[in-house]
Design a protein around this ligand. Structure first.
Ligand code: ADP
Ligand code: ZN
Ligand code: MG
Length: 483
């Protein structure tokens, strides 16, 4: 019987490694010319290769390889000059061939890393490998008494991104997924819609006493369909394992399904071992040879990645880290913001208005930022109008909504809506002079010390301009005149 009091004092460290499957945005499948399909009529995208009919031969999709290379380069992996496709053999009704083509001992990409941030602390998570593989088909269980098979997903190209067990908490796992998603989207190689399965994550987790270097027995969690789901599933599994270890029992190596409705894990099966799959090199496919010219060509097309872009935004535009992080969150927003800056040359204002108005409208209308009628050029022009005093910042917010409704240029709307400010100094000067000469009493009282009368003058001028005088300009002129 273990000494409970003693074992309670052991502090545990959480160890997590994630396996992320990302569906590549190719038009055709990994080893045949069939269209990659989502949401289409079942069994409309299939051929002898997809179905694994005898004699059908796979032909590798070059674009899929390039997308995997892009990801490899983006996370600093070494790209193998020679990698091998292997058959992973298992039986399941969604796998007509009886094996999945994957990469095993010789993956395309190895030894990279991704930087994550939790509570302001940055850490590097090492990437063990990124390999190419094909997806299986789909079983549909809820449309008849029998289960139905849809071939459309068979052969869809995937990359599997496998991390080292470097992640130390559920929050870090969440942050790692956010970083991966950002990179995949910047590279434009994956839609990253977890709900639709274009991004999937299996989480491996174990505990070990703090200071221990050997890994503990892990369990695997599947079936999470949001990043927050992954985080919650891990939190719950860490607690479960802790409970077992603290009472001196051992963890059983197992696979669990996450049940998001009840926020708990359900045991699925004890995990199979690699040797159960009988991996062997696929005799239908030659080794994949990637030479340095090809790598250079692909590397040359990489966009600036979010981490670099954030630093550049902070340095070039003098933005806070927090604001820069919001603006580089997606490539779309970052591009939009930079275009606004190009049009108005005022990064601070651009940042505030993009994070405020642009994001608000896009959220309210549930449309993507580059589908807004409030284009970067229009927002840039509007910010220019504010700076020149043509319109007040307050009125400009109304203009923003109207641009979205009427799809018209800001200057036209400022006039149409009667929001043009009078900022012309000459014009305002005349009005100020007029008011002051008509109010000798008030001027005397003001000069005798009744300073609050300044508000009266401003009010009179505003009234005379029907509220369209530029308040900053009016205040300045009145102060000059009364000095
Ligand atoms: P398996 O053979 O079960 O697929 P792998 O060694 O291939 O396991 O690792 C799969 C994933 O699990 C990797 O992301 C790896 O970092 C992670 N992992 C491996 N061992 C552990 C462990 N003891 N605790 C947590 N994660 C682990
Ligand atoms: Zn096909
Ligand atoms: Mg494995």
């Amino acid at each position: 019987m273990p000494n409970r009091k003693l074992s309670f004092r052991v502090e545990f460290e959480t160890v997590i490694g994630l396996e992320v499957h990302a569906q590549l945005k190719t038009r055709s499948k990994m080893f045949c010319g069939c269209k990659v399909s989502f949401g289409d009529e079942p069994n409309t995208s299939g051929c002898p290769v997809c179905l694994g009919l005898p004699g059908a031969l796979p032909v590798l999709n070059r674009r899929a390889v390039e997308m995997a290379m892009r990801m490899g380069k983006a996370v600093d992996c070494t790209l193998a000059s020679k990698s091998i496709f292997a058959r992973k053999n298992y039986f399941y009704p969604d796998l007509p061939k009886g094996y999945q083509i994957s990469q095993y001992e010789f993956p395309l990409c190895e030894n990279g890393h991704v930087s994550i941030e939790v509570d302001g602390v940055q850490r590097d998570i090492r990437i063990l490998r990124i390999h190419l593989e094909e997806d299986a088909g789909k079983l549909i269980h809820d449309q008849s008494e029998d289960s139905l098979f849809d071939v459309n997903r068979c052969g869809t190209p995937l990359i599997e991104i496998v991390s080292e067990p470097d992640i130390r908490s559920a929050q870090e796992a969440y942050s790692y997924l956010v970083s991966l998603k950002q990179i995949l989207q910047y590279l434009d190689i994956c839609d990253c819609i977890m709900e639709e399965g274009s991004l999937r994550c299996d989480a491996n987790v174990s505990l070990r006493p703090k200071g221990e270097t050997r890994l503990g027995t892990k369990t695997e969690l599947k079936n999470m369909n949001t990043f927050r789901g992954v985080e919650k599933a891990l939190e719950s599994e860490v607690l479960r394992q802790k409970g077992i270890l603290e009472t001196g029992r051992a963890i059983e190596q197992q696979t669990f399904l996450w049940d998001p409705r009840n926020n708990r894990t359900v045991a699925m099966r004890s995990k199979e071992e690699a040797h159960d799959y009988r991996y062997f090199p696929d005799p239908d496919l030659v080794p994949l040879i990637v030479d340095s010219q090809w790598i250079d060509r692909v590397t040359g097309t990489l966009p600036e990645l979010p981490a670099d872009r954030k630093v550049r935004f902070m340095q070039t535009f003098d933005l806070s880290e927090e604001h820069a992080a919001v603006l580089v969150d997606t490539r779309e927003v970052a591009d939009y913001f930079e275009e606004v800056v190009r049009c108005c040359n005022d990064p601070k204002a651009a940042a505030n208005w993009v994070m405020g108005e642009t994001m608000r409208i896009s959220k309210e209308k549930r449309i993507r930022i580059n589908e807004l009628k409030l284009t970067p050029a229009r927002l840039g022009t509007l910010l220019g109008c504010i700076r020149e005093g043509t319109v007040s910042a307050r009125a400009a917010k109304k203009v923003v909504d109207e641009i979205e409704k009427q799809d018209r240029a800001p200057q036209e709307l400022i006039d149409q809506m009667g929001l043009r400010q009078i900022s012309d100094t000459g014009e305002l000067q005349k009005i100020v002079d007029d008011i002051i000469s008509k109010s000798p009493d008030e001027v005397r009282r003001y000069k005798d010390g009744e300073k609050k009368l300044r508000g009266y003058f401003v009010g009179q001028v505003m009234k005379a301009t029907k509220g369209k005088g530029n308040p900053g300009e009016i205040n300045k002129l009145i102060d000059q005149r009364l000095a």
